[in-house]
Design a binder for this molecule. Structure first.
Ligand SMILES: [Zn+2]
Length: 699
């Protein structure tokens, strides 16, 4: 009798901090690896085993059908053993198209295979073109076999994209694609002509939209076929999607809603947002991770279940320490994820217990993460400055001469890091204050822009976004007489520059408060717009020459005739954001700017004698969750949160390292005149011990 896999595998109660482990069991060590999983997964607190198939170093490239047929009985065996332990069985084939050639010849497995061809003419030997009928047929056979093992979730890897198929950077521009495209535009088009049109400087060529639309449609078709294939054999299996970050997917014109709906095919959709940080370079990498969770969730239909990708590559403590891994897990849950998918052990058959510390940590921190996730997963809204994002930015961006394929990706990462790292959390949900940076705002129509500039709203603009709005005819509403679009300041002919003097006391500045213009780092050109604001604007900072004499305006604040507020900073943040942007004066400048835009009710600001905060506020029905990760290695001695536009809060509870929420009388709460609340915590916050507070709304 066929059992419904979702019913038979559903654990009695799903822990909030759901652990899914991704693991490969190669043929030569199968029994040993399976034995270890049976013995150790319960100790590690693992709830779900995601079996990876034909993985990494030992991948055959395109998976041979015969090889998989021989492996399927092993999958059944794993599933049965996991079932005995109450551990859910899921499956993660390592490829669809293929991640990278790595010297494999795909046509040896799939005769007649059309491989992927890049915008520069590079040709894959193994990674497939999504239009290739032989690949589609072969893949349908493979995925039918996968589905026969009745996984709870069948994960699709992030190679289901049209970029990063080494050696191809961006594709596909193969003869099949060009033929398809030619039919759409009624012309015979060569790869060179098409690529030239896509990257034409200035006003986008209509072929760019046509190509992105076409790619988007093809990918929806591919995932629809995958899901239908799986559901024909295992209707209860859910599909899972690993993605590569919505800013990057802009390059290929991903249509998130259609894509996700087609892949889900009527079942709940699982989502694995990337967390980056595959090696431990710097804790600051976590700005990317938390943003990836929020932005991917924003792009997917409501109800998608996210389990973040916590991965240490290449899978030993040399890549990533226990502390770093733990903080990444905590970030996943703090930002509301439903679980983790952990890729922490290699795919060559090496025992997990070669480095016992990792598994011990997983088991040890589970109660703590459960307590955190129990609150962070409550329905609610992450509050902060809204970062503008539009998945169609690539349709509207203006390219510069000699644009590179990544120039089609969405802007905004630098600005998001700039705000977060100075204690100003960001969100993709509604907010009174929006931040538009780079060319994102081109994707909005005039009425949407006017909305952002109207009464009660605040808009933060970098030099590029201000230049775009001026070009679109909004100079008056953003307080500009004139603007020269951003270019390298080294090429400004008339005035030498030394620093930005942040002198306006109404915005926290003072005479001789200097911020370096050696941006974004030594030896790289800073890029900024030349601003000539209207007379009514409040000038916040100016450039000074080597004698300290002020010349060009560098930032200003302006309230327009619609009652909307605008703060403009001249830097082009995509080019100029980097290490030397950061400064305690910068934090002061940005806090004042955001608070002014929010009319004294900034949703959340973080202050303290420390740097690189990663903080959040989540408003739920029952209360508010506040948190602080310290992404520097020096502990913050104490922290002060400013919480604006907020209901009255009763007492705060703090999460202890043992995983208990306790009332902490040492937390001081002061309510200001406007209703904004200040929360002071006099307790050291080291990197490895984030701070979480829960405040119940007053009845
Ligand atoms: Zn192709």
């Amino acid at each position: 009798m066929e059992m419904n896999v979702n019913d038979s595998f559903k654990p009695v109660s799903r822990p909030a901090a759901w652990y899914a482990l991704r693991r490969t069991l190669p043929l030569w060590s199968f029994e040993e690896n399976l034995r270890e999983l049976i013995d150790y997964l319960p100790r590690y607190g693992v709830d779900e085993l995601i079996v990876k198939v034909d993985t990494e170093e030992f991948s055959h490239g395109q998976v041979p059908l015969k090889w998989l047929e021989a492996y399927v009985p092993h999958l059944h065996r794993i599933r049965e053993e996991m079932n005995k332990l109450g551990i859910v069985y899921s499956l993660n084939p390592w490829i669809t198209f293929g991640h990278a050639d790595r010297g494999r010849d795909g046509s040896a497995v799939i005769p007649g295979l059309q491989t992927c061809v890049g915008h520069d003419g590079a040709e894959c030997t193994c990674c497939a073109c999504p239009l290739c009928p032989q690949w589609r047929d072969h893949t349908a056979r493979l995925w039918t076999l996968y589905a026969q093992t009745k996984p709870h979730v069948l994960w699709v890897e992030d190679d289901i994209r049209t970029f990063n198929h080494a050696p191809v950077l961006l594709g596909c521009f193969c003869p099949k694609h060009l033929q398809h495209f030619g039919r759409l535009v009624n012309a015979e088009v060569s790869r060179e002509e098409l690529v030239k049109a896509i990257y034409r400087p200035g006003e986008p060529h209509p072929w760019r939209k046509a190509f992105l639309d076409m790619q988007g449609r093809i990918m929806v078709d591919v995932v629809a076929q995958l899901a239908r294939t799986v559901h024909k054999t295992s209707p209860a299996t859910c599909m899972g999607l690993m993605s590569s970050g919505p800013r990057t997917h802009c390059m290929e014109g991903r249509r998130w809603n259609e894509f996700a709906t087609a892949l889900a095919d009527g079942q709940p959709l699982y989502s694995r947002p990337p967390m980056g940080n595959y090696n431990e370079d710097s804790p600051r990498g976590f700005y990317y991770s938390h943003d990836s969770i929020k932005l991917t969730r924003h792009c997917l239909p409501k109800g998608a279940i996210d389990q973040t990708e916590v991965e240490s590559w290449p899978f030993t403590l040399y890549s990533k320490s226990i502390k770093f891994t733990f903080v990444e897990m905590a970030i996943s849950f703090a930002f509301g994820s439903a679980g983790l998918t952990m890729n922490l052990f290699d795919h060559a058959g090496t025992p997990m217990e070669m480095e016992p510390q990792m598994g011990q940590m997983l088991g040890r921190v589970k109660p703590y993460l459960n307590a955190l996730a129990g609150r962070s997963q409550l329905p609610g809204t992450y509050r902060g400055v809204r970062m503008l994002y539009d998945s169609r930015e690539s349709y509207f961006k203006r390219m510069i001469p000699n644009a590179w394929y990544e120039d089609l990706a969405a802007d905004g990462h630098g600005m998001m890091c700039a705000l977060e790292s100075h204690g100003i959390p960001t969100t993709y949900d509604e907010s009174a204050v929006t931040c538009a940076t780079g060319q994102t705002i081109r994707a909005l129509d005039d009425s949407a822009i006017r909305q952002l500039l109207s009464g009660g709203k605040g808009l933060f603009l970098d030099g590029m976004a201000a230049a775009v709005l001026a070009e679109r005819g909004f100079s008056d509403l953003i307080g500009l007489k004139q603007i020269d679009p951003p270019r390298s300041m080294d090429l400004w002919p008339d005035k030498p520059f030394s620093a930005e003097e942040f002198f306006n006391p109404d915005f926290g500045g003072a005479d001789k408060m200097f911020l370096t213009l050696t941006l974004p780092s030594l030896g790289v050109h800073r890029v900024a717009a030349r601003l000539r604001p209207r007379d009514e604007a409040q000038i916040v900072s100016k450039i000074v020459d080597p004698d300290g004499r002020r010349h060009d305006v560098f930032s200003y604040a302006y309230e327009n005739q619609l009652g909307g507020r605008v703060f403009v900073h001249a830097l082009d943040m995509k080019a100029s954001y980097g290490i030397s942007y950061h400064h305690p004066f910068r934090a002061t400048q940005l806090h004042h700017a955001v608070n002014w835009l929010a009319r004294g009710e900034a949703p959340f600001l973080v202050r303290g004698d420390g740097v690189y905060p990663l903080a959040f506020r989540k408003d739920c029905q029952e209360g508010v969750l506040l948190g602080l990760f310290n992404l520097s290695l020096d502990p913050w001695p104490a922290v002060e949160f400013s919480v604006g536009d907020v209901r009255p809060i009763g007492q705060f509870e703090r999460l202890t390292p043992q995983g208990e929420w306790i009332h902490d009388p040492a937390i001081k709460i002061t309510t200001g005149k406007t209703g904004a609340v200040t929360v002071q915590v006099n307790q050291a916050i080291p990197f490895e011990q984030p701070l979480f507070l829960w405040g119940k709304w007053q009845a």
